[in-house]
Design a protein around this ligand. Structure first.
Ligand SMILES: *Cc1c(COP(=O)(O)O)cnc(C)c1O
Length: 405
C-alpha cells in the first residue's frame, strides 16, 4: 500500500472512500499515478474538469493573473469581476450574478435570495417562506442544504435542521402542483440528478414545472452545478426543454478544473433583494477566479464543448445500449453525463469501478448501483472506443465469474 494512502488514512478525516490510486499528474483526459501508470479520467472530478486537465489557455491565464493580482476581497473593485459576470449573464440569459466559490455556497445564496424575494417582493408572511426540493436531490453538504436531502446518510447525526423545506417526488409534476401554496418561494431542481444516480426526469417535466412556477409566482431555480456548462450536450441542461429558469446555480466546471468558482444568477428583481452586508464571501469573485472563470466560459464556446459533449455522448450511449448483459439494468443520461445502473443482485458498481481502474480507466460509483461515466468534454472518439472495450470486458469477466460460481 502506498505511503500516501497510509498518511491520508491516518491524518485525513475519513469522509470519502477513494479508489486505491494515488494520482500525481494529469493532462487532457488522462491522469497518472505515482508509479507512472496512465488512466483515462471518466470521472472529471464530478464534472469539474470538463475542459480537461491543465488546459493550456487556462494555465496561461492563471500564470498571468497570479503575477498581477489574485485576491483583494470585494471591499474593492477589480478589473476582472465585471467582465466575468457580464459573460456569464450574457451566455445564460440572466440579468445579474453573485459570485461564490463552492457549489454549496452558491446554493445557500440561492436559498437566501429566494427567501428574501418571497418576503420583500411576493409578500409572504415573515418566516413562512417555503422552498420545494425533490426526492433524491443533491445540492451540497452544509447543514441547511442537507436539511433538504432525503438520503439518510447525509443527515444522520447532523440535526437539528432548519425549517422551511418541502420534498416532492422528482419527476412527478402533480406532486409539485399539490405542494405549491401561497408561501412557496421557490422550486429548487436539478434538470438531471447527478449524485442521485444520473436520473433523467420524464420528458416535459421541467417545462411543466416552469409553467406551474410562472402561474403561481414561484421562482424556478435550476441547480446546474453539475449539468451546466456543456455537460449534457447543451450549454445548460434546461435548454433541452427550452426552459429559462428564474434563478440558476453554476459551479464545478466554471472554475475550468483549476479553481473553485461558483455563482448564483437570477433576474434583476430577484438579485436586487441583496443589499450591502446581506451576504458575502471573502474569496467569492476574486480576480484570479474571475479571470479563470471568464476564460473557461470563452473556451467552452469557442471550442464548442457542448456540441462535442452531445456528439460523443450520443455515440457512447448508443454503444453502451447495444451491450447484451444481464448485469445492466438501465443506462441513462444525456451528453457525456451517463450512468450505468447495474443489478445489485449480480454485482456492485464499486466492483466494476475497481476492475476498470486495474485496466486504466477511472470512474466512480454513485450510490451502490450506478457507474458514472463523465469524461472531460474534450475526450476523443478513440479514447471513448477504448473505454467501451474496457467496460465490455469487465462486464464479461464479472458475468463469467458469476456463472462459474
Ligand atoms: C456538486 C454539486 C453541488 C455542491 O457543490 P460543491 O462544490 O461540492 O459544494 C451542488 N449541487 C449539485 C447538483 C452538485 O452536483
Amino acid at each position: 500500500m502506498s505511503e500516501h494512502i497510509d498518511l491520508e488514512a491516518r491524518y485525513c478525516a475519513q469522509n470519502y472512500h477513494p479508489l486505491p490510486v494515488v494520482l500525481t499528474r494529469a493532462e487532457g483526459a488522462y491522469v497518472w499515478d505515482e508509479d507512472g501508470k496512465k488512466y483515462l479520467d471518466m470521472m472529471s472530478a464530478y464534472s469539474a474538469v470538463s475542459h480537461g486537465h491543465g488546459h493550456k489557455r487556462l494555465v496561461k491565464i492563471v500564470q498571468q493573473q497570479v503575477e498581477r493580482l489574485s485576491i483583494v476581497s470585494r471591499a474593492f473593485y477589480t478589473d476582472k469581476l465585471g467582465l466575468f459576470l457580464e459573460k456569464a449573464c450574457t451566455l445564460t440569459g440572466q440579468d445579474m450574478a453573485l459570485p461564490m466559490n463552492t457549489g454549496a455556497e452558491a446554493v445557500e445564496t440561492a436559498i437566501k435570495a429566494a427567501r428574501k424575494w418571497a418576503y420583500t417582493v411576493k409578500g409572504v408572511e415573515k418566516d413562512k417562506a417555503e422552498i420545494i426540493a425533490c426526492t433524491g436531490n443533491f445540492h451540497g453538504r452544509t447543514t441547511t442544504i442537507v436539511a433538504m436531502s432525503d438520503e439518510p446518510q447525509y443527515k444522520e447525526g447532523f440535526g437539528p435542521y432548519p425549517a422551511g423545506f418541502l420534498l416532492v417526488e422528482y419527476g412527478n409534476i402533480d406532486a409539485l402542483e399539490a405542494a405549491i401554496n401561497e408561501n412557496t418561494a421557490a422550486f429548487l431542481v436539478e434538470p438531471i440528478q447527478g449524485e442521485g444516480g444520473i436520473v433523467v426526469p420524464p420528458e416535459g417535466y421541467l417545462k411543466a414545472a416552469a409553467e406551474l412556477c410562472r402561474k403561481n409566482n414561484v421562482l424556478l431555480i435550476a441547480d446546474e452545478i453539475q449539468t451546466g456548462l456543456g455537460r449534457t450536450g447543451k450549454l445548460l441542461a434546461c435548454e433541452h426543454e427550452d426552459v429559462h429558469p428564474d434563478g440558476l446555480i453554476l459551479g464545478k466546471a466554471l472554475g475550468g478544473g483549476i479553481l473553485p468558482v461558483s455563482m448564483f444568477l437570477a433576474r434583476r428583481d430577484v438579485m436586487s433583494v441583496f443589499t450591502p452586508g446581506d451576504h458575502g464571501s471573502t474569496f467569492g469573485g476574486n480576480p484570479l477566479a474571475a479571470a479563470v472563470g471568464l476564460e473557461a466560459l470563452n473556451i467552452l464556446i469557442e471550442d464548442e464543448l457542448p456540441q462535442k459533449s452531445a456528439a460523443m455522448g450520443d455515440y457512447l450511449m448508443g454503444r453502451l445500449r447495444a451491450f447484451d448483459t444481464p448485469l445492466i439494468k438501465n443506462i441513462r443520461g444525456r451528453g457525456l453525463f451517463i450512468g450505468i445502473e447495474v443489478d445489485p443482485a449480480l454485482c456492485s458498481a464499486r466492483e466494476i469501478c475497481e476492475s476498470l481502474m486495474q485496466r486504466g480507466l477511472l470512474s466512480k460509483e454513485t450510490h451502490e448501483t450506478v457507474v458514472r461515466l463523465a469524461p472531460p468534454l474534450i475526450v476523443g472518439q478513440e479514447e471513448i472506443d477504448w473505454a467501451i472495450d474496457q467496460i465490455a470486458e469487465v462486464l464479461e469477466e464479472i458475468d463469467t465469474l458469476r456463472l462459474a460460481s
